[in-house]
Design a protein around this ligand. Structure first.
Ligand SMILES: Nc1nc2c(ncn2[C@@H]2O[C@H](COP(=O)(O)OP(=O)(O)OP(=O)(O)O)[C@@H](O)[C@H]2O)c(=O)[nH]1
Length: 319
């Protein structure tokens, strides 16, 4: 068998597209894979410009790619991750993918003739399965990353992630001398509420309360569930007066809202502790302790109220 016949037989049988162009972009070779997937016959495309046969090709990009392959006399690769596909070849997989076209890995190879590079061979590999499963994997990884950050019940940050946010915000504020305020609030007599309406009733109160408070906050505020029925909010670039305003808004919103659960109208209140970064806070945990201490004072003073740690600074230092 002659070399060219040998090569032609291989090109016809491999499960990869083979497209050979001359340096004027005219099609010279169009193997069976291409004929089947592009639904075009060899005799209808050979001799025609590749841009006429595949008008969807990104012409400028394609011309530059071929120019560099020819100039450098070196192969070049374009993966489906860079460009999902070059040629609009419908895929034949009985699976749902984001695109109706075959994902492609394309290799561009210079072919050297007697007078230098005369042609460029493009190998087109079907990467639809890989792209599909990579997409699924990315989706699962995103979900996992989200589950790692979000509290499953209330859909606000979980404690671990919220503390990581506070750690960063606290370091930034200390370094640049900026403000950062902390609000911690805890629903009052929640045990009694659970006893009266059951755990499901308690859960509904937590979910509704978290959603309502979230809607009161700015996008840059970081809202987390600190534990049980206790929540915490980081307010970047916020001074004491600003934080007290937000705290009062939270308190009054919770106190004035009725939560409907299985025909019952549940009313709940909250005690709120506020603290703003100052020189006594060496670590972010110190800021949490201050806000928590203020929250404890709000409970002690009768609940359904806001207290700030700066009013109890001396007491706190004694604790
Ligand atoms: N429904 C429900 N209850 C929870 C959840 N996490 C914690 N709790 C309950 O919240 C209650 C908290 O009770 P306590 O710590 O005694 O506080 P409290 O009754 O709210 O009293 P004060 O905070 O002093 O006003 C406990 O009964 C916990 O079981 C949860 O995810 N769902």
């Amino acid at each position: 068998m002659k070399d060219s016949t040998f090569c032609h037989t291989i090109a016809e049988r491999i499960n990869t597209g083979v497209l050979v162009l001359d340096i004027e972009y005219n099609i010279v070779e169009f193997n069976r894979f291409m004929q089947v997937h592009a639904h075009k016959k060899q005799e209808d495309v050979v001799g025609k410009s590749v841009f006429e046969v595949f008008p969807e090709l990104p012409r400028r990009w394609f011309e530059r790619k071929l120019a560099s392959v020819i100039q450098l006399n070196s192969p070049s690769f374009c993966s489906w991750e860079q460009r999902h596909h070059l040629f609009e070849l419908p895929h034949t997989r009985p699976i749902t993918t984001d695109s109706k076209y075959m994902a492609q890995n394309c290799t561009f190879m210079p072919i050297v003739g007697e007078q230098g590079i005369s042609h460029v061979c493009i190998l087109i590999e079907d990467a639809t399965d890989v792209a599909h499963y990579q997409g699924k994997l990315n989706h699962v990884l995103d979900e996992l990353a989200r589950a790692n950050r979000i509290d499953g019940l209330t859909q606000v940050f979980n404690r671990k992630h919220w503390e990581e946010c506070l750690d960063k915000e606290f370091s930034r504020a200390r370094r640049y001398g900026h403000n950062v305020a902390l609000i911690m609030f805890d629903l009052d007599h929640f045990k009694k509420l659970n006893d009266t309406y059951g755990h499901q009733g308690g859960d509904k109160v937590l979910v509704d309360t978290a959603a309502r408070i979230k809607s009161l906050l700015r996008l840059c505020d970081q809202f987390g569930r600190y534990g049980g029925e206790e929540f915490a909010i980081i307010l970047p670039e916020t001074d004491l007066n600003g934080a007290l305003d937000v705290a009062e808004r939270i308190r009054s919103s919770i106190a004035s809202t009725v939560i409907n659960f299985q025909g019952s109208a549940i009313k709940v209140s909250t005690s709120v502790g506020v603290s703003v970064i100052d020189s006594s806070h060496q670590r972010y945990e110190d800021l949490i302790s201050s806000a928590d201490y203020a929250l404890y004072q709000a409970k002690k003073l009768g609940r359904n109220r806001v207290a700030n740690s700066h009013d109890f600074a001396t007491d706190a230092a004694l604790c």
